[in-house]
Design a protein around this ligand. Structure first.
Ligand code: ADP
Ligand code: MG
Length: 393
């Protein structure tokens, strides 16, 4: 494809996806619905996308020969996970466009680089220190004033690779044991220590940008986390209109600054003081936008396909309030670890509720196995419906 005459990749083309987890699977299902063919690369041949794609290449994230095999068979390659090796990205890019780019991924896949990038470009982020040793971690915690999140630079997700300090009975007091525990949790470095933010709430904003430069910013989602893992999420976020506008503008500016090609989820903190801080970036579909399938004119998954194929982006206007709740592996397990029957029939009896399962073979504690979605007249009604359905499981 020559740079002078960019042409969209039309249905019938083949899209490659690094990663065949639930995000890759749902992207693939959207692509299929539009008549594309899909190949995925994943270390696990039984990955969730396996059942809905034309082919699955079994390879590690840093296996550049596997990446070449994927890209050789594709017209464009995208991703659903940040952990793709630099050489794999480069290797794929010798065969076809890779969207988002390896350069952008290199910044985002490392928390230190990501935060430095945000600060360098003037985007608001909380106080943090990059650390490489236990001593630096101890010093950073002292400097930031006690209550902190310690996170590994690479590879963390759903709160994994993170430790908290200073959340004990005495506010901000940190013991040496806590510091060592957090250092271990972040994989013994390198990592970042972040000052704990006094949160009013958490939101995210999904933005899509096509190679032609078209940008669409979704309505913000309001996200509820427990133990650093997303429990439920709803669109619209029910925040003041000026805050929503500010959050969406920030997401659009970040996408433009990166020259994004694809999707970017921007996780943000709303502080008790009403300030917006960027928590982290994810250059792919995001758990907090699963409800876009029902809340918005275009789902995040279809938008991802449109963006990477350089098609016109879809409208992102709100159709109706919709919420999701995650279904973790815990639901499938009794306290003694034996299999538990999950009563999906009861959840589906709640009006407006739909079930989404990822066909993961083994339920494990804290593993995302699926989600429920619900609609409502208001965001609150949608959340109440989806929580009621989950309680019935
Ligand atoms: N500095 C912080 N202050 C307050 N809460 C935080 C902070 N960092 C993380 N958290 C909580 O932990 C969750 C997960 O952290 P995050 O950095 O988003 O990592 P992950 O990659 O696991 O999603 C956040 O959504 C938030 O609820
Ligand atoms: Mg996060």
């Amino acid at each position: 494809m020559s740079a002078a005459t960019p042409k969209p990749l039309l249905p019938g083309s083949t899209i490659g996806i690094f990663g065949g987890g639930q995000l890759g699977r749902m992207m693939a299902m959207s692509a299929r619905a539009m008549g594309y063919r899909i190949l995925v690369l994943d270390p696990d041949p039984g990955c969730p996308a396996r059942f809905v794609v034309d082919g699955c290449i079994e390879a590690a994230w840093d296996d550049s020969r596997g990446a070449a095999m994927l890209a050789r068979g594709c017209d464009v390659v995208t991703l659903e996970i940040e952990q793709i090796g630099e050489h794999s990205m480069a290797s794929a890019a010798t065969f076809c466009p890779v969207r988002p780019s390896g350069a952008m991924l290199a910044v985002i896949q490392n928390r230190v680089e990501q935060k430095n990038w945000l600060v360098k470009h003037g985007f608001p982020a909380g106080d943090f220190r990059a650390v490489r040793t236990l001593d630096e971690t101890r010093a950073a915690i002292a400097e930031l004033g006690g209550r902190c999140f310690c996170k590994s630079a690479t590879g963390g997700y759903d709160g994994r690779g993170q430790g908290k300090v200073g959340f004990g009975a005495e506010p901000g007091a940190v013991t040496e044991e806590e510091i060592r525990g957090a250092w271990e949790a972040l994989g013994e470095g390198p990592g970042v220590v972040e000052k704990a933010i006094d949160l009013e709430r958490e939101i995210s904003v999904m933005v899509a940008r096509s190679p032609s430069g078209e940008v669409k910013v979704f309505p913000a989602a309001w996200n509820h986390h427990e133990n650093q893992i997303l429990v439920w999420s709803v669109i619209p976020a029910a925040i003041p209109a000026d805050l929503e506008a500010k959050a969406r503008a920030l997401a659009g500016e970040i996408a433009d600054t990166f020259n994004l090609e694809g999707l970017l989820a921007v996780e943000m903190f709303v502080t008790k003081a009403g300030e917006l801080l960027i928590n982290e970036l994810a250059p792919r579909p995001h758990n907090s936008y699963h409800q876009s399938e029902r809340a918005c004119v275009t789902s995040q998954f279809e938008q991802a396909i449109r963006a990477v194929c350089d098609l016109p982006l879809g409208d992102v206007d709100l159709v109706q309030p919709a919420a999701i709740v995650n279904l973790l592996g815990d639901l499938w397990l009794n306290p003694d670890g034996s299999p538990r029957e999950v009563r999906f029939d009861r959840a589906l009896a709640v009006p407006g509720v739909r079930l989404h399962l990822y066909e993961k073979r083994k339920p494990r504690k804290a593993r995302k196995m699926g989600h429920l979605s619900a609609i409502g007249q208001t965001a609150d009604e949608a959340v109440q419906a989806v929580l009621k359905a989950k309680a019935a499981l």
